[in-house]
Write a protein of this length. Structure first.
Length: 218
């Protein structure tokens, strides 16, 4: 089964007056759709845009694995629970495990607009200590494992005309960051996504140079 969701159908969120624009792929906050709550362990896939000087002040999380992929600009992350402070740029993957409870700050302290995609996953087992990990320069196709959620993230950057095999996982979630792609006859563009279940031999063809996030889910 392939369920394609379009960028135009995402829920609008954030606080534009404060320089924060968010587009949600799943029910989130005041936006509730009982038929669009999660996909396997995946709870959220948010496209975030922060203007210079804007961001999210310290706020709590629990029982959530939070994975961030920066598209443009630089994200400043401060984790008051585990003590990590640093910046995340394009090509880096940040994994913040909230465990039984953690607090952090996310801001754009740079001079240019910041765009990132943030995915939330439910852990397989509740509780545990908070954790933090930053993978610099994730290579094309390299596996970034999120063991607490039983998930694997791969980022693919196909050239025009290149074919990519979709992983044969029980569930696969695709998010198009940039480029024009074709999946089983469906045209996908930036912000589009596909939720795939039980389709082991799918291929993606890139119509132009692209970038997509591929989640392998239990």
């Amino acid at each position: 089964m392939i369920d394609v969701r379009r960028a135009a159908d995402r829920y609008e969120g954030g606080d534009p007056a404060a320089g924060i624009t968010t587009r949600h792929a799943f029910s989130f906050g005041s936006f509730y759709d009982p038929d669009n709550i999660r996909f396997g362990p995946l709870l959220a896939c948010n496209e975030e845009s922060l203007q210079p000087g804007s961001g999210f002040d310290e706020h709590p999380h629990s029982q959530t694995e939070i994975v961030t992929w920066v598209v443009e600009g630089e994200l400043t992350h401060k984790d008051s629970t585990t003590g990590h402070t640093g910046t995340v740029g394009p090509g880096d993957v940040q994994h913040f495990g909230a465990g039984s409870g953690a607090r952090h700050i996310e801001r754009n302290d740079g001079p240019v607009p910041l765009r990132f995609v943030q995915t939330w996953l439910a852990p397989l087992t509740a509780g545990g200590e908070p954790s933090y990990r930053l993978v610099r320069g994730l290579a094309d196709g390299e596996a970034c494992e999120i063991p607490a959620a039983g998930a694997v993230l791969r980022v693919r950057r196909p050239g025009a005309g290149e074919r990519i095999t979709v992983p044969a996982a029980p569930r696969v979630y695709l998010h198009v960051v940039r480029g024009d792609l074709r999946l089983d006859g469906e045209e996908l563009g930036p912000g589009d996504s596909a939720r795939i279940t039980g389709e082991p031999e799918l291929r993606i063809v890139a119509g132009s140079p692209g970038e997509l996030l591929i989640w392998e889910l239990p």
